[in-house]
Design a binder for this molecule. Structure first.
Ligand SMILES: Cc1cc2nc3c(=O)[nH]c(=O)nc-3n(C[C@H](O)[C@H](O)[C@H](O)COP(=O)(O)OP(=O)(O)OC[C@H]3O[C@@H](n4cnc5c(N)ncnc54)[C@H](O)[C@@H]3O)c2cc1C
Length: 435
């Protein structure tokens, strides 16, 4: 085994890149983070609903979420420093997951059982009793408002389960700032308004990056944490040939409406996953609810070539379908005439599972394809990527001998090989139809 090299460039100061930068600098790396924006977390991260949940259809993402959750809950300890800008806060709301055809309940609960993550199964009657503002009618499968079945009478009722430890991080951008500040305190430096336009290579190894102003930065390691712009960086590095999945940027909208009584943060409102009618929602400070899509097959998947080209505000169609779906679930909801919400992009893979891996180019690593659900995982992703980079740079062949990283807070083992760029990809239903 050789001595690990010591300089790294992280491209992207979103929640993922800042977390990787922190963990690399903690391990003694000389880290430079470059971002084309002017502050931490100004990409996908700034638009994140920042929900933290533990139900996934694969164990490894549950491991990431569970270990990271412990770090969100004790954020100050995780950071180890006090950011003068203030600290992001974990808001524990619980998450009610309704039954519905877009979710395999027994598979997901099986993974939670494996890690001893607490949950409580609820019948429709218990849901009605505990959340009087929510109607547990079976109204799915999800369809568009113009579909003749949108207003059909319910065909029964749905039960579900509640994860009491779930919640959300109150300020996603501040969370990225906190990680960036902690990374700086550990010695990392940040270059703002610095767009990477080329990846420099010598003899099958990365040697650095070129910036838009023509200057070059050298390092032993370059990490692609460029979020929905990640494919452009991979193309510059010429590493895509042995990837079994693509990454593509998708346009995403989350709308905001006034919360009815019982669903405000102040009166104990819970987060809800509604795979029966195709939405997720959670209470938000200021008496509102934010609502996003569950990626139902009827909802169009909008792929964009450049993540900078997304719409400026929610579309009329999306506003209508999300708000009316929510109104069927929360009958007291008053849908305002004025549209409110955000539009952003995140990058998806063909199976909606991220890629955390090395690449065929020596020293070039990827933490990409976060597929709309890896904000919550960022604290442990940083640890796992730093461990991976250290191991591979020291001579480990992660492709044939995949690394396992133990979570320090929960003792769970993360099998990083699951996130390999070489994995066997089972195409997600949406992408099969749309790509
Ligand atoms: C609407 C929405 C809702 C979401 N809800 C949730 C949720 O509830 N729970 C959850 O866990 N996750 C959620 N997510 C997903 C989560 O927010 C993302 O997975 C996460 O923020 C991705 O972080 P990132 O650091 O990889 O990317 P980003 O935050 O996009 O950061 C990438 C950075 O790279 C920079 N960059 C890109 N290219 C270059 C270049 N060439 N040179 C220099 N800099 C470059 C960009 O400026 C950007 O700052 C949501 C995402 C969206 C959009």
């Amino acid at each position: 085994m050789s001595t690990p090299p010591s300089s790294a460039i992280v491209v992207g100061a979103g929640i993922i890149g800042c977390s990787i930068a922190l963990e690399l600098s903690r391990r003694g790396w000389d880290v430079t983070v470059v971002d084309k924006g002017s502050t931490p977390g100004c990409g996908s991260t700034s638009a994140s609903s920042a929900m933290v949940r533990f139900n996934y259809d694969n164990l490894q993402e549950v491991v990431l979420a569970w270990e990271s959750h412990s770090r969100w809950v004790d954020w100050s300890k995780h950071l180890g420093v006090d950011d003068p800008a203030g600290l992001a806060t974990y808001v524990r709301t619980g998450l009610l997951v309704l039954d519905g055809e877009l979710l395999d309940r027994s598979l997901e609960l099986g993974h939670m059982d494996t890690l001893d993550i607490p949950y409580e199964a609820l019948t429709a009657d218990q849901i009605r009793e505990r959340y009087p503002a929510l109607d547990p009618a079976r109204i799915g499968p999800a369809c568009r408002v113009e579909d003749e079945h949108f207003w059909d009478e319910p065909t029964g009722e749905v039960g579900g389960f509640v994860q009491h430890e779930s919640g959300f991080v109150n300020d996603a951008t501040l969370a990225a700032h906190n990680l960036a500040f902690a990374a700086e305190q550990s010695g990392a430096s940040f270059r703002w308004r610095a767009q990477v336009t080329d990846v420099l290579v010598d003899d099958d190894r990365v040697t650095g990056v070129r910036l838009a102003d023509g200057s070059e930065l050298s390092a032993d390691v370059v990490v692609n944490a460029a979020g929905p712009w990640s494919v452009a960086l991979n193309t510059m590095a010429g590493v895509l040939d042995d990837f079994s999945t693509s990454t593509r940027a998708t346009e995403q909208e989350v709308i905001s409406v006034p919360a009815p009584q019982g669903f405000r943060l102040e009166d104990g409102g819970t987060g809800v996953h509604d795979p029966d009618f195709g939405t997720y929602f959670r209470p938000h400070p200021g008496g509102t609810i934010i609502v996003g899509s569950f990626e139902a097959p009827c909802d169009p998947l909008i792929l964009v070539d450049d993540a900078d080209d997304v719409r400026q505000s929610p579309s009329a169609e999306n506003w209508e379908v999300q708000s009316l779906r929510l109104a069927r679930r929360l009958p007291d909801l008053q849908v305002p005439g004025q549209k409110s919400g955000i539009v952003s992009a995140y990058d998806i893979t063909d199976d909606w599972i991220p890629i955390y891996d090395k690449t065929s180019l020596g020293g070039f690593y990827v933490a990409i394809g976060t597929s709309g659900h890896q904000f919550k995982a960022a604290p442990f992703v940083g640890v796992a990527m730093a461990e991976l980079i250290g191991a591979v740079q020291s001579g480990r062949d992660h492709d044939t001998d995949p690394l396992v990283v133990r979570g320090e807070y929960t003792g769970v083992d993360l099998e990083l090989g699951f996130f390999s760029r070489h994995r066997h990809v089972q195409l997600h239903r949406q992408l099969t139809e749309h790509l």
